[in-house]
Design a protein around this ligand. Structure first.
Ligand code: ADP
Ligand code: MG
Length: 339
């Protein structure tokens, strides 16, 4: 009997793998912004056209890459962030799987321009279908600019699956805001079809929260700050009167990574009990920092779900910290709501 098993060519394997990481423009943007953060950038500019469908470009002033690294970064499982499985449990960078750029290079036309501070010239690379089509030395500022054009140009089924621009823009702004909130010390801008939508100077977390979530929060934030041996919790919650009828301004970051957790959301909600109407949602931007060995961030392709070693402790700390913060500002339950 004839053998039938074939090893898939790299570009096809990368295209398939890309489905896990890059579902839409917003997911590519998340990966590129996180790479810029990991590179130590203090300024990150995001430029998009057509809701990212025709162009996504991220320009950073971070470490830049050597000529060799500039080629290597597009290989699958190529990363500078971990070396062995043990590192995975100590990782402090946003990335670690070495999959994002390989995926992006498999499903878009990519142009990379990068230079390290100690290099006289930079490197320019074009890559399409996972194949480098052009490489040359280039004059470039220190840092990295990566542009991806025509996302899914070679995977029409995925391209057709993309939503209208307005819907894709909402996803993009969500991702942009998450990264911008978690790194208030970094300058971020977002330009869409030539129009600047965000220009966020580096500053305090409070400044960033107000810039992004609205001036109305300026005098309506309650500061949260608790330190224990097990974890630190800090950030802001909205005064009860700012609770809204729609969920929205609710953010958890664990070791600076945005996560979704219905369980921890419940901890916050329970701390507000009786202070807000039962069908309303308080605003929160909360950072939980703990020993990376106490969280597994490798349980979900986009890392938005994580697993705590001991989630009950985290729940109890979150709940206690919010109760404490709300009590300190001597906010007593009010009956002004139409219940
Ligand atoms: P990961 O972030 O998981 O390591 P990526 O595919 O996103 O994987 O990136 C691969 C590697 O390319 C990174 O480990 C890093 O060394 C390098 N790299 C990617 N983006 C940048 C950037 N903006 N600045 C400097 N180096 C980068
Ligand atoms: Mg990455």
């Amino acid at each position: 009997m004839a053998d039938r098993i074939l090893l898939l060519p790299d570009n096809i394997a990368n295209q398939i793998a890309a489905g896990e990481v890059i579902q839409r423009p917003a997911s590519a943007i998340k990966e590129l912004l996180e790479n810029a953060v990991d590179a130590g950038a203090t300024e990150i500019k995001l430029i998009i056209n057509d809701a990212g469908k025709s162009l996504i470009q991220v320009i950073d002033n971070g470490s830049g890459m050597s000529e060799t690294d500039a080629r290597m970064c597009f290989e699958r499982h190529a990363t500078s962030k971990i070396k062995n499985i043990d590192d995975l449990f100590h990782v402090r960078t946003m990335g670690f799987r070495g999959e994002a750029l390989a995926s992006i290079a498999a499903v878009a036309q990519v142009e990379l321009r990068t230079r390290k501070a100690d290099a006289e010239v930079g490197t320019y690379i074009e890559i399409e279908n996972s194949v480098v089509t052009k490489q040359e030395p280039v004059a470039a500022p220190v840092g990295t600019s990566i542009a991806m054009k025509n996302l899914f140009f070679n995977v029409p089924a995925r391209r057709n699956f993309l939503k209208r621009n307005a819907a894709e823009m909402r996803h993009i702004i969500d991702e942009f805001m998450r990264v911008a909130l978690s790194f208030p010390n970094i300058f971020f801008s977002l330009t869409s079809n030539g129009q600047q939508l965000f220009h966020l100077d580096a500053g305090t977390l409070k400044h960033r929260v107000v810039q992004l979530l609205g001036n109305n929060y300026n005098t309506k934030l309650v500061s949260v700050k608790e330190h224990t041996d097990y974890l630190n919790i800090y950030g802001f919650v909205g005064k009860p009167e700012t609770a809204k009828k729609t969920r929205g301004d609710q953010y958890f970051f664990v070791n600076n990574r945005f996560i979704k957790s219905g369980y921890l959301n419940h901890a916050v909600m329970s701390a507000y009990q009786e202070m807000i109407a039962p069908d309303s949602f308080p605003m929160y931007v909360l950072f939980i920092d703990l020993d990376p060995t106490q969280v597994d961030v490798n349980v979900h392709p986009t890392k938005q779900e994580i697993k705590f070693e001991d989630e009950k402790i985290v729940y109890a700390f979150v709940q206690a910290a919010i109760k404490h913060a709300l009590a300190q500002f001597s906010i007593t339950p009010t009956l002004d709501f139409d219940l």
